[in-house]
Design a binder for this molecule. Structure first.
Ligand code: IPE
Ligand code: IPE
Ligand code: MG
Length: 243
């Protein structure tokens, strides 16, 4: 690994990653798209470990969007099977989690996910709740608009009951109704796979995130690529509207 390359650099506290390009990676090699997702899942685990080693506090991985249900049933089922296996494997690997002190959080809408996957997620979240190392947010059946709608509905319900005054709502009230409540906003969003868009990922939280696009297809993404993104992050001048 390449921890040395990062000496003296600011390590972003929270990085969001849009893991894109699995399908194209597979197709380029004459494989089924699913093989790309399988390879991508291995890279996801590798990058989790590396993020933990270099001291990032939160990484949010975009694994499946609310729009990805539009894909052929065969691909959706194959992806669900991968998630199922991943969560089951991590649940069974308690001692290793202990060592890495990783806390796994789910972000997204549980409604619509297979019930057994929801149960695995619940076990994993409660089992790693007290870890104080890296927080890994898994965004699965996640959509930024859906998340904001969810927060807005909760606020509207409280207002209808007379618990809050709509005139006094603040941006903080919305932030704390999101799935990422209590976490810092992402300092940087990385998207692999050569597409230059956000695709409904952390749209509220990324208001001032540095955007980093890489042409590397996700299954080829390595710790060195993450280093490159962090080096680039250190060259940026974040002004937040100031001078
Ligand atoms: C990202 O890779 C993984 C998911 C969206 C689940 P893609 O499957 O979108 O790969 P491309 O963009 O088709 O290459
Ligand atoms: C974004 O990738 C979603 C994930 C990586 C999970 P997509 O491949 O679904 O995005 P679009 O369709 O190219 O915008
Ligand atoms: Mg894609």
């Amino acid at each position: 690994m390449s921890k040395k390359d990062l000496e003296g650099l600011v390590i972003p506290e929270h990085i969001g990653i849009i893991m894109d390009g699995n399908g194209r990676w597979a197709q380029k090699q004459g494989l089924e798209r699913f093989e790309g997702h399988k390879a991508g899942a291995r890279v996801f685990e590798n990058i989790c470990e590396y993020a933990c080693d270099i001291g990032i506090k939160v990484v949010t991985f975009y694994a499946f969007s609310t729009e990805n249900w539009k894909r052929p049933e065969k691909e959706v089922n194959a992806l669900m099977e991968l998630f199922r296996r991943f969560f089951a494997r991590v649940n069974a690997r308690e001692s290793e989690n202990e060592k890495k002190r990783m806390r796994i959080r789910y972000i997204g809408s549980r409604a619509g996910l297979p019930q057994d996957i929801v149960s695995l997620i619940d076990i994993l979240e409660s089992g790693t709740e007290n870890k104080d190392g890296l927080t890994v947010n898994v965004a699965l059946n996640y959509g930024g608009r859906n998340e904001i709608l969810f927060a807005a509905k909760a606020l509207a319900q409280r207002a209808a009951k007379g618990e809050i005054d709509p005139d006094k709502l603040t941006e903080e009230d919305i932030s704390s109704g999101l799935f990422t409540a209590g976490q810092p906003d992402p300092d940087m969003i990385i998207r692999t796979g050569g597409e230059y868009r956000i695709s409904n990922f952390l749209i509220w939280q990324s208001a001032y995130s540095e955007l980093y696009f890489s042409d590397t297809l996700w299954p080829d993404f390595s710790p060195e690529d993450l280093d490159r993104a962090i080096i680039e992050f250190n060259r940026r001048n974040r002004r937040f509207g100031g001078v």
